[in-house]
Structures are given as C-alpha cells and as structure tokens.
Design a protein around this ligand. Structure first.
Ligand SMILES: NC(=O)c1ccc[n+]([C@@H]2O[C@H](COP(=O)([O-])OP(=O)(O)OC[C@H]3O[C@@H](n4cnc5c(N)ncnc54)[C@H](OP(=O)(O)O)[C@@H]3O)[C@@H](O)[C@H]2O)c1
Length: 326
C-alpha cells in the first residue's frame, strides 16, 4: 500500500541513542483538529508515510478542540496505519492546559500520568514511542516531573522520553535526573528556524550536542512565513486566515515581508523553493535530528520532501541568509 517508502528518506540517530528519526517529521498541531477536513488529514498521513516519514508528532492539547487531533489520528491509525505500528514513531506530550482544575496543566506526576492515559485512549494505542514534557514547570520539583516520565517508561506506556521548550541549563538538570533513573531521554523538541534562533543563544543546541541528545525542531518554516505562501498577499486558505490563533496578520510586517522576499531570492538563485532552503538550513547541522513540519495539504509535504535533493550551502549563501534572519 505504501510502495517504496524507504527509497529516498534519510534517517538520523537521535543523539547517541539507538533511535533513528526521518530528517522530515510530520506534526499534527494544526489542520488535524475537528475544524479540519478528515479526508485531507488522512491523505496527509498517507503521503507522509508513503515517503518514509515514519514520525508523527502530537500533543494532548492539539485541536481545536483539545484532544481532537489525537482522536482524528487514532481514526487514521485504525483505518490505514495500524498494520505498520512497528514502522511508526508516534509521540505525544503533556505540559499545557488540558482540563479544568489543578491537575490538568504543567508538570505534576498526577497530570502527566493521567494525561498520557487519556492520549493512549484517544489514539487507540498501547504505548507511544516518545512522551514529552511539553514545557518546563517553574513550580513543580523537577525530580517529580522527571520521575513521572520515568514511570511511564517503566510501566510500558512510552518507549522513550523527551523534553520540549527547555533551555540548555534546564535540559542539563533534567538530563542528570533522568540519567540517574536510567530513563531513556533521547530528544529535545524546540522551535528553530531562520526566523527564530533562540536555541543557539539559550544553550540548548550546545548542551544537546554535548550530552548526546537529539534535537527535533518545530515551526521550521515559521508557520508558513518561510515559504512562498505570503509573497503576494495573504491567501484565504493560509494559516493566518483559516486559524489565526498563533500566526496572526500582524506578524507579517512590511519589514518581515522584505526579509522573506530577500530569502526567497537566495533560494531561487540556488534553484529551489524558500521552504526547501529553510528546511535545508536547519538540517545543515548534525546536531539536528529531524525537522518537524506542519502542512495543510499533501502537496506541501511533497514539496518539502525536496529538501532531500537540496545541495550544501556555500559560505557566501550562509552569510547572506544571516543578514536576513532574525
Ligand atoms: N513542542 C512545542 O511546543 C510545539 C510548538 C509548535 C509546534 N510543534 C510541533 O511542530 C509541528 C510543526 O509546526 P508548524 O506547523 O508551526 O510548522 P511549519 O512547518 O513551520 O509551518 C507549517 C505551515 O506552513 C505552511 N507550509 C508548509 N509547507 C509549505 C510549503 N511547501 N509551501 C507553502 N506553505 C507551506 C502551511 O501553512 P498553511 O496552513 O498556510 O498552508 C503549514 O500549515 C507541529 O505540528 C507540532 O507537531 C511543537
């Protein structure tokens, strides 16, 4: 059914672990909630897996409504992916607001364990491959949060654990605790793109490399800004128009549009699309395990797969990109 799915894709080891990820992974943050079109979602998952994208990334709260992306993925899984469970890497997370009251947010043991149980039920899975703590919790003791991650692995509900949105020093403290527990912490999930280079400044990138942990980067296309999407106005079917919760029209300033156009020129001179170049720019670095893209249609996934043919950058190109990055 999925043809020659392993012919083109490249896989990278997550840090020094045994786990390999496709260089391109698919995230279900947008367009997989109950406001999306189910057949389109299913087609996107089919397109991804047919091309060796073995990794699907979710979180308890992805929607809208929160939980609906996991529910829809569960349906897709049941209909077309289930026979391939051992070829798939499915992740979910907890750490943001999921339900009312004191036990549905942040990083307590009570929240994380209950949330993963709910996620497994929504997706119809016995276990996830990676369970993440979605963001650091300034109030719960780190020992408790890391202990909860360890418990879900020891109870067989997750194979590996990851941390999301931790900076370098936070990750190092958490990694020391997880190492003591012999818990398989293998990956960090952080935002990284030409337009957001925070992990170069907050220590995460260097600490992950030093600790032998992987990095999977989210919003590599700055939610669509680093593509040809907005070169000539704001299309009606774009994230800005159809969603607007996280990417708003005011994010697309004149100044930013000028940067996007300049970056597009650099991409065109390389003979590729801006999306392709933006993804390649992240993958040029060995510490990056995978780029986690989103999509609103299967054709975008196919377009983004072209990063596999992208040529290395010259020093001159990198210097030019630096001029227009943020
Ligand atoms: N851990 C965290 O805290 C966290 C936070 C955010 C995201 N994430 C993860 O990262 C994943 C990706 O995030 P993201 O969706 O922001 O990533 P992204 O790849 O930066 O943006 C995806 C959007 O860009 C547009 N796009 C993609 N490919 C395109 C192409 N070839 N040409 C034109 N437009 C294209 C589409 O927007 P249109 O809708 O306009 O077509 C698509 O929905 C999420 O699904 C989630 O799994 C994690």
């Amino acid at each position: 059914m999925y043809g020659h799915r392993y012919d083109q894709m490249q896989y990278r080891r997550s840090g020094k672990s045994g786990l390999k990820l496709p260089v391109l992974s698919l995230g279900l943050w947008h367009n997989f909630g109950d406001t999306g079109n189910y057949e389109n979602m299913k087609q996107m998952c089919f397109t991804a897996f047919s091309n060796g994208i073995t990794h699907f990334d979710l979180a308890n709260n992805y929607g809208p409504e929160p939980g609906s992306a996991e529910k829809n993925f569960g349906r897709i899984y049941k209909e077309i992916l289930k026979p391939y469970r051992d070829e798939l890497l499915i992740s979910t997370k907890a750490g943001y607001l999921m339900w009312e009251g004191p036990y549905g947010d942040w990083g307590s043991r009570k929240y994380l364990i209950a949330s993963l149980d709910q996620s497994l039920q929504r997706m119809g899975l016995d276990y996830v491959d990676i369970f993440y703590h979605h963001r650091p919790d300034p109030e719960t003791p780190l020992e408790e949060t890391m202990g909860a991650l360890d418990s879900v692995v020891k109870s067989g509900k997750a194979l590996y654990v990851g941390l999301s949105n931790y900076n370098g020093p936070q990750m190092e403290k958490a990694a020391a605790l997880l190492d003591d527990l012999k818990c398989p912490f293998v990956i960090n999930q952080n935002r990284y793109s030409i337009f957001d280079r925070t992990i170069e400044q907050n220590g995460l990138k260097d600490s992950a490399a030093a600790a032998g942990k992987g990095v999977i980067t989210f919003s590599p296309l700055a939610q669509g800004l680093l593509t040809n999407r907005y070169l000539h106005g704001v299309p009606e079917d774009s994230r800005i128009r159809t969603d607007g919760r996280f990417l708003k029209e005011q994010n697309l300033t004149e100044e930013k549009l000028a940067r996007i156009k300049a970056l597009n020129e650099i991409a065109m001179a390389r003979g590729e699309s801006l999306a392709q170049m933006a993804l390649k720019w992240i993958l040029k670095d060995d510490v990056i395990t995978s780029v986690l893209i989103g999509a609103s249609k299967p054709s975008q996934i196919l377009e983004n797969l072209k990063v596999l043919d992208s040529q290395p950058f010259t020093g001159e190109e990198l210097a030019k990109i630096d001029e227009y990055s943020l």
